[in-house]
Ligand binder design. Structure first.
Ligand SMILES: O=C(O)CCC(=O)C(=O)O
Ligand SMILES: [Fe+2]
Length: 417
């Protein structure tokens, strides 16, 4: 890596001014202007500007997405000692498209954890939380405490759920109640009760970070060959199911469907749930690792996936019989280069008190919700043409809530990294 020449005091001052201008431009909704100013400050050697510029390149804000360019600036910021840069480089590398999946991932996350980078603490907590060793369970709680102490609301929610059940610590119902009272005062909704009675595959060696274990998914069981329907148990841990619900809750809105004639998104009685779509910008390392395992379970690369969707159904709500492949009208406007939706994986995040199974009438199979269980099915035939027998429905919920995470996977890459 090239060493960045040390800028003089005047240049440092100018870089600070540009960084402040760029930050203001971004907040005011002028990403192109922000990119120019961050770019100038980054070239002078401002590590914060290098990191911000990298994020714009990565997510294609104010410019087309260019992960390789993002990595270039992140490596500079990392060399200058910016704690967030190591974290972001690890986040890019786990995807395996722009940087190799190698030992630097764990080393970088470990460094970010030691420097207290909040999303790194959250990701490490969830990783250790999947290891059965009691010391790792304790580590998970400590990392959640550290992140929550730094203002990470989601970590605080996950911590409260562990405290109340005594997961990785003695049960502390008073402390859990106090924490929930504080959270509720701040407008944070309660999480549904999520426990995973299904055994979850252990996450690599005890006592150490080995984040690439996220890519190891349990095998599927074939329920129907044609149409292809499979199920997988123990895909996500309780913490991971809670994470998806907690991240979705603030963004829930009435679900839309694609009009088969016009391709427009419409509120539709076909689908009465609420859902949240995860903007890639909001995908932190923990969410990315969870999604990588979900994609792996579906035996596809995550770059083929549209944005993760989390759905919530309350009693009476359902997703009436439908097929997931896109009609030609919407395919033409929704990333046609990626091809059609070829496969879907839905992961149940909680136990539903009544109803809510996913039914495949043509296959004659039905999958009941259980936390961490997934159903994987194909929407296209082997020759790429639509498979009408992939018809399926989310049956009405009769009691309690149903939380579900869905990845719709395209024939070809849909995401940039
Ligand atoms: O709610 C369900 O069980 C099915 C969801 C579904 O069909 C979808 O997300 O495409
Ligand atoms: Fe569907």
């Amino acid at each position: 890596m090239e060493a960045t020449p040390r800028p003089d005091a005047h240049a440092v001052q100018r870089a600070e001014t540009l960084h402040a201008q760029a930050t203001a431009a971004l907040a005011a909704g002028n990403p192109a202007e922000a990119a120019t100013a961050f770019g100038e400050a980054a070239s002078i050697g401002h590590p914060g500007a290098q990191l911000e510029l990298a994020r714009l390149h990565l997510y294609g804000i104010g410019m087309p997405s260019d992960p390789a360019q993002a990595v270039h600036w992140l490596e500079r910021a990392e060399a200058a000692g910016h704690p967030g840069a190591a974290y972001l480089l690890a986040l890019v590398a786990v995807g395996g498209t722009t940087l190799p999946r190698d030992g630097r991932i764990d080393a970088r996350v470990l460094r970010a954890v030691q420097q207290g980078v909040t999303p790194a603490l959250r990701a490490a907590a969830l990783h250790f939380g999947r290891k059965p060793d009691p010391a790792d369970q304790t580590r998970c709680v400590q990392l959640l405490e550290h992140a929550a102490g730094q203002g990470d609301i989601v970590a605080a929610q996950l911590l409260a759920e562990r405290l109340v059940r005594g997961e990785g610590c003695p049960a502390q119902s008073d402390a859990a109640r106090d924490l929930w009272t504080q959270l509720e005062r701040a407008g944070v909704p309660r999480l549904p009760a999520i426990e995973t009675p299904l055994p979850v595959q252990a996450a690599g060696p005890a006592g150490q970070l080995a984040l690439l274990e996220a890519l190891v998914a349990p095998d599927w069981a074939v329920l129907s060959e044609t149409p292809a329907v499979r199920s997988i148990d123990g895909l996500l841990s309780a913490d991971e199911c809670r994470l998806l619900v907690a991240c979705a809750q603030p963004q829930l809105r009435a679900s839309m469907t694609v009009d088969p004639v016009t391709g427009e998104a419409l509120a539709n009685p076909l689908r009465t749930s609420h859902d949240a779509s995860f903007d890639p910008l909001r995908e932190d390392l923990a969410l990315r690792l969870v999604q990588l395992r979900i994609a792996q379970a579906a035996r596809m690369e995550l770059v083929h996936a549209e944005q993760l969707i989390v759905l919530r159904y309350t009693p009476g709500q359902e997703y009436k019989p439908h097929r997931d492949y896109l009609p030609p009208s919407s395919l033409a406007t929704h990333a046609p280069g990626a091809g059609n939706r070829t496969r879907t994986i839905c992961v149940y995040l909680n136990a539903v008190d009544g109803g809510g199974a996913t039914a495949f009438p043509e296959a004659g199979v039905s999958v009941a919700p259980a936390p961490g269980r997934a159903v994987v099915f194909d929407s296209l035939k082997a020759d790429g043409s639509p498979e009408p027998a992939s018809l399926h429905a989310g049956e009405p919920v009769k009691a309690g809530e149903k939380w579900l995470a869905t990845l719709w996977l395209r024939e070809r890459p849909y995401r940039g990294f």
